[in-house]
Design a protein around this ligand. Structure first.
Ligand SMILES: Nc1ncnc2c1ncn2[C@@H]1O[C@H](COP(=O)(O)OP(=O)(O)OP(=O)(O)O)[C@@H](O)[C@H]1O
Length: 315
């Protein structure tokens, strides 16, 4: 499958200070692409460059294989919600959609009904926007971005300011949109939220990419293995030596009387067989997939990484 959006070695420098460093992103059709990083990591700057709202300092941005600036009407291909939505609060939801459709010199009432249904605002369509909740306003703004039927939707921190119910509604909505074939790039500092919806992920920290891969793959290679044994100390020593012999860098610890291997990406059956052959008994072997939060700590360990400012729970 060919990527829909490719970002290659994208960089941005403000007044001599580089805030985005050689970023690579590959977004395939149908992805919910999570763009994750703490506050100030460079997410908005990157998104603004992708949307052509600010100039990139260097790098390439390709949409369906073509440089973005060669697209005839980029905003018909890429819908976005980047800042607080510019809605007309004294008009109803439906009137806002009609107005924005007119601005695009289009008239298609069936499309408006389709979008109201898609963002679950049919029953509130004739209420004034000033009476909408923030979540409803966000969804209306997304409906406006979807008016020209773009192939990619970019959402910068769409859950900012939403209450738990609003966050949950947004998640359901994004999944529904994705099932209907939309490709979505969503930036967030809410790890849990992204883990629940993303298919592919880019993690940045201080403008530098620390990971870019399918979510499954990232979680799989960053999993822990827990071994239960009647003689954990002896098993711990065996495991440490075995891993060292194989050049493995996974960290092994004794936790609550069990042997825990952090970040074990090797074959657990192989380790089990080796242990048994060396006379060790393993009564239970559990693979624990790391949560995104643990993974982020692993990736950014050791530096001044602003992790303290990274929200770990959506609620
Ligand atoms: N116009 C600008 N001039 C100078 N520096 C800027 C400008 N815009 C952003 N920056 C800096 O670039 C860095 C990245 O900011 P950016 O807003 O892209 O981060 P972010 O990951 O989107 O964070 P947040 O979630 O807080 O918006 C920050 O250090 C910020 O201060």
């Amino acid at each position: 499958m060919k990527p829909l959006l490719e970002v290659k070695r994208l960089s941005k420098t403000y007044d001599g200070r580089q805030v985005v460093h050689d970023l690579d992103m590959t977004i395939y059709p149908g992805d919910i692409y999570g763009f994750l990083g703490p506050n100030g990591a460079g997410k908005t700057t990157t998104i603004r460059m992708i949307l052509g709202l600010i100039q990139k300092s260097s790098g390439e941005i390709l949409f369906a294989g073509k440089p973005l600036h060669l697209l005839a009407d980029p905003y018909a291909q890429i819908g976005c919600l980047v800042e607080s939505p510019g809605l007309y609060h004294n008009l109803t939801g439906r009137q806002n959609l009609v107005l924005f459709q007119k601005l695009r010199k289009a008239k298609d009432s069936a499309r408006i009904e389709e979008l109201l249904e898609m963002v679950d605002l049919q029953s509130a369509a004739d209420r004034k926007v000033k009476d909408y909740s923030l979540g409803m306003k966000q969804r209306l703004a997304i409906a406006i971005a979807l008016l020209p039927n773009p192939r990619l939707l970019i959402l910068d921190e769409p859950t900012n300011g939403l209450d738990p119910a609003g966050i949950s509604e947004m998640r359901t909505f994004l999944k529904k949109l994705s099932e209907q074939g939309m490709t979505i790039l969503i930036s967030s500092h809410l790890l849990d939220e992204i883990e629940k919806v993303a298919t592919r992920l880019c993690i940045i920290n201080q403008g530098r990419q620390v990971a870019e891969a399918p979510l499954d793959q990232l979680l799989h290679t960053h999993r822990d293995l827990e071994l239960v044994s009647p003689k954990p100390e002896a098993l711990y020593k065996f495991v440490t030596d075995w891993l060292q012999m194989r050049g493995h860098t996974a960290l092994t610890r004794l936790v609550d009387g069990n042997v825990l291997i952090e970040g074990f990406s090797d074959d657990s059956a192989l380790l089990n067989t080796a242990a048994i052959q060396s006379g060790h008994s393993i009564s239970e072997l559990r693979i624990k997939t790391s949560r995104l939060e643990d993974m982020f700590f692993t990736f950014t360990e050791g530096g001044d990484n602003h992790v303290g400012r990274l929200a770990s729970r959506s609620v």
